[in-house]
Structure formats: C-alpha cells, structure tokens
Design a protein around this ligand. Structure first.
Ligand SMILES: Cc1ncc(COP(=O)(O)O)c(C=O)c1O
Length: 349
C-alpha cells in the first residue's frame, strides 16, 4: 500500500480537475471568495500584522469557537485548516490507524508519510456506504472518518460513530462539511468523550481555502499532545480574526441559511441527474456534492471538459473507480448547465 503511484493518487485534489475557464463542479467550496463582510473584517485586521499574535488573541478565537459548540476554550486547538489537523495526527503516536473509505485521502497520506501503519475499512456501495462500527478492527487505536463524507455525501449517524469509541482509541471525525447540513444533526463537535477528536474547517462554508483556517475540538490533554510539535505562533492573526468573525451569531445564521439552500438545490439536482438513463446518483446525499456512477466515466469526464464543465474524478478515492465522478451542488442556473452537459454527453440532449 505504499507505491509512489498510489501516493500521487491520494494527493489528487479537485482543484487540479478545475482548470481555469471551466465551469467548476470539481471543487466543493461554496463561494468563489469570502463574503464582503468577512473580507472587510480581514482587511481591518491587516494593521494587526505588525505584531506577533498574542496568547490573548489566541484565547479570544478559541473562546469564540468554544462558545459556538458549547465547550470550553481549552477544548479548542486552532489549526491552519483541517488539513493541519491531519498532518498532526502522527503526534498522537497511533500504532494502527483505521481509515474509513471511500473518504478524503489526506489523513491516510499524512499517517503513512509519518510511518504509521494503516488499514482501510472499505464501506459497501451496496449498503449505501453506511458506516458499520463493527467492521473496524478491534486493534485499531485510531479511527478516522468524515461526516458527512467526501466523496460519497453520506451523513453517518452520530450514534454509530460513538460506537467506535473505546478506552485507548482515538476517533477522529473530519467535520469539514458538517456546517453544510442544516442544524448539524449528526455533529459530535459538542460531545465530551476522552478519545474523540473533531476537526472543523472554515474553508468550505466561507470561501476561504486560501486562508487555511480551522480548529480541533477535544479533551485538553489530547489537544496538547496533538499540538506538541508545532512551531511558535502556528496560527496567524488573520485566521484568528476569521474564526471570531465566523462564530458570531450573524455568521451562524448565514451559514444555516446557506445549508438550507444547499438542501434545496441538491434535491433539484439529484432529481434531474437521476432521471438521465445510465447515470446513477449515490443516495441519500447530505453534503453539497454528489457521487455519480456512469459507464466509461473517464471518457464522460473528458467530454464534459470539452463542453467547458469540470467534474472531480473519482478513481483517486480508495474503493472507487474511473466510472465514479463527484460533482458539486451549485445554484439552480449552474446546476442546469451541468445537467444539460451530462444529457448531451450521454446522448439524451
Ligand atoms: C473532507 C475534507 N476534509 C478536510 C479538507 C481540508 O480542509 P481545510 O481547507 O480546512 O484544510 C477537505 C478539503 O478538500 C475535505 O474535502
């Protein structure tokens, strides 16, 4: 499980599929830039770059995130995106990490690169990629999964994830997309369990992939261990400002509205795509993207590209094939263009 080719595939990201000039259904970020109010907050924070971020600044941002999830500030570790959280996982010294797949590949890559032994728990498409806690090997002292999961769009029940918890085991839940589910019904962000580590991201909801902002939620001792090898001032002042701004009531209300809108737009897109003969949509979908299956997927992807539409290849996700494609849910006008492109390519135009 360690060939260079395999690693290249694991490192593949949707932004590579979304070449400039194409209509982008490959990347799952909600906005093409942060909202105006957030840009203004960040611009106003530029003056603060003249000094090092202080412990008080760090505490203010942690307190904001903690309040959002009903926790204490010492249960929050600010991160340069959820991706930094994955990169830090080896600091927890797992002996055997179980990665639940198909899923986002960065955690596996980070663990393998650090020499941690990993095992894949492959969820069954015939069972709707449903999580079965019993399928995870008992000896795994770390389990990593996403909720909702990229790329399957499955939202696992919180109760099933909690069944993974054991003394001596760390369960890492990547909740980078959880804020796109209205009311966050299956989130474990507010849950105090000794071995539970929840990773959150500002990237997707707030159009901030370039800033690198997120945080981990967990027991203070676990977070201290996770951050053990970090340099001084690991989080810059703009990230601190973004975390505070995005945890304010008006931002949370905006996020909730956007999540409801995603639900509505996704329902429309599922109906339209599922009506195209030969195109299967993995359901139920609960994230702002859909996993599709179509024969000759690679050719279909190329032909979509020739029509100006970028979709994410699926074969770089363990357990999926070139016949799997992932598409973002966008607004109805853009979604209509995607549906039309698929209809044209598949001969149902
Ligand atoms: C499921 C999932 N988790 C985490 C990340 C990384 O998020 P961040 O930008 O916060 O590092 C991504 C980015 O593509 C993702 O798809």
């Amino acid at each position: 499980m360690s060939s260079g080719h395999d690693r290249d595939l694991l490192r593949h990201h949707g932004d590579v599929d979304a070449e400039h000039g194409l209509l982008d259904f490959a990347v799952n970020v909600r906005l093409d830039r942060p909202p105006a109010w957030l840009r203004q907050r960040l611009a106003a924070a530029l003056d603060g770059l003249g000094r090092y971020p202080s412990a008080a600044d760090d505490l203010a941002a942690r307190a904001a995130a903690a309040a959002r999830h009903g926790r204490d500030a010492d249960e929050v570790l600010l991160l340069a995106g959820a991706a930094e959280g994955f990169a830090l996982l080896p600091s927890l010294r797992p002996r055997l990490a179980a990665l639940v797949h198909p899923s986002f590949t960065e955690p596996e890559l980070a663990l393998r690169t650090a020499g941690v032994e990993v095992t894949r728990v492959q969820l069954d498409p015939a069972d709707g990629y449903r999580l079965d806690a019993d399928a995870v090997p008992e000896q795994a002292d770390m389990v990593v999964l996403g909720n909702p999961t990229n790329p399957t769009s499955v939202l696992h029940p919180a109760a099933e994830i909690r069944r993974l918890l054991r003394p001596g085991r760390i369960v890492v839940v990547d909740e980078a997309f959880t804020d796109t589910t209205p009311g966050e019904p299956e989130s474990l962000a507010g849950c105090r369990e000794p071995g539970l580590l929840v990773l959150r991201s500002l990237t997707k909801m707030w159009g901030l992939p370039g800033l690198r902002a997120g945080y981990a939620l967990g027991a203070p001792e676990l977070l201290a261990e996770l951050g053990r090898t970090r340099p001084h001032w690991p989080i810059n002042s703009l990230v601190l400002e973004a975390v505070i701004a995005c945890c304010e009531p008006s931002a949370l209300a905006e996020s909730e509205r956007a999540a409801a809108e995603f639900e509505e737009h996704r329902a429309g897109l599922v109906a339209e795509l599922a009506a195209i003969p030969g195109l299967q949509v993995a359901e139920p979908a609960r994230a702002p993207f859909l996993l599709l299956r179509v024969d000759d997927g690679e050719q279909v992807r190329e032909e979509l590209r020739a029509r100006g539409v970028a979709v994410r290849r699926g074969d770089t996700f363990p357990g999926l094939t070139a016949d799997h494609l992932r598409v973002a849910v966008r607004d109805p006008e853009q979604n209509a263009l995607l549906v039309k492109a698929f209809r044209d390519v598949l001969g149902w135009g």
